[in-house]
Design a protein around this ligand. Structure first.
Ligand SMILES: NC(=O)c1ccc[n+]([C@@H]2O[C@H](COP(=O)([O-])OP(=O)(O)OC[C@H]3O[C@@H](n4cnc5c(N)ncnc54)[C@H](O)[C@@H]3O)[C@@H](O)[C@H]2O)c1
Length: 262
């Protein structure tokens, strides 16, 4: 069976969107990340030396075929990286789902098919609902970028070699939660719950690079507006909002707290 993980799905999707001005596309994702995220929503792109996902389009598949059995051969590290995006859905949209993940984490990591099917369906439903409302990312679709502002910086600064995408997003979610706590938007206890779940899932919860290095690259983020980074910040486990007014000092302070392992 050919593998259509995130990278292959993005590439094949982009080719399908341009070949003969577009041919039918069916996504058959085989990593957890591709099943819960990249195969749904229609974003297809390839990287360019000037930036990640620089050449691409929006192109909806006619069908996404997901078989949880294929995850049995997936490396545990890849399963954990996909789980970061699943946890993200709980934070941005559904506090009950977040609690469910806290309770079922061991079954998920053990690839229990019943639990996994539920988790994948729920994740796809959340993503589909957001994309239906805002396909072109003029509004709520940006919420899906929770953890991605710092996450993308980590990936770029380490030349896409050190982090799986989901791992960088995990550390980015903790950094965003730190900013939210400092702004009085999120209870410290909620941030700790997020950090603990990510940690139990074997995902990074610290940002080991110097704050200045990260700050220097943020204005180049594709999502930045007039050189100002945009942050999706949690207000609670289950609710987020988009902020374009996060000051450099706030980001620096949060990153410094994230360097500590505790
Ligand atoms: N289009 C989108 O909306 C979107 C969203 C999130 C991420 N992405 C992109 O997705 C990419 C990451 O995708 P990914 O996490 O699927 O990684 P990946 O495509 O690199 O696959 C990870 C590894 O797993 C292997 N593999 C795939 N399925 C397997 C299976 N069933 N058993 C054993 N090995 C298997 C692959 O050969 C590869 O070595 C990144 O480039 C990211 O930018 C796109």
């Amino acid at each position: 069976m050919p593998w259509a993980a995130g990278v292959v799905g993005d590439l094949a999707g982009f080719v399908a969107s341009t070949y003969m001005r577009g041919i039918s596309l069916i996504q058959v994702p085989t990593t957890l990340l591709a099943q819960v995220d990249s195969s749904v929503g229609g974003k297809v792109a390839v990287n360019h030396p000037l930036g990640k996902n620089m050449i691409g389009s929006f192109y909806q598949p006619q069908l996404v075929f997901i078989d949880v059995h294929v995850l049995k051969t997936l490396a545990p590290r890849e399963v954990r990286a996909g789980l970061a995006e699943v946890i993200k859905y709980g934070v941005i949209h559904d506090g009950d789902f977040f609690s469910y993940l806290e309770g079922q984490l061991q079954q998920i990591l053990a690839l229990d098919e019943g639990v996994l099917s539920y988790v994948i369906k729920k994740s796809c439903a959340i993503k589909a609902r957001v994309v239906e409302e805002d396909e072109r990312e003029d509004g709520v679709r940006a919420f899906l970028n929770f953890g991605h502002t710092i996450g993308h910086a980590l990936e770029a600064l380490t030349f896409y070699r050190n982090y799986r995408h989901g791992e960088a997003v995990a550390a980015g979610m903790v950094a965003a939660a730190e900013i939210a706590v400092e702004r009085g938007l999120l209870e410290e206890e909620e941030k700790n719950r997020l950090k603990k779940l990510l940690d139990r899932a074997g995902l990074p919860v610290t940002v080991p690079l110097a704050a200045d290095e990260i700050l220097s690259i943020l204005p180049r983020d594709k999502k930045a507006r007039h050189g100002r980074p945009r942050f999706v910040l949690p207000l609670a486990l289950g609710s987020v909002n988009l902020f374009e007014d996060v000051e450099t000092d706030e980001i620096r302070a949060a990153l410094e707290r994230c360097r500590k392992t505790e």
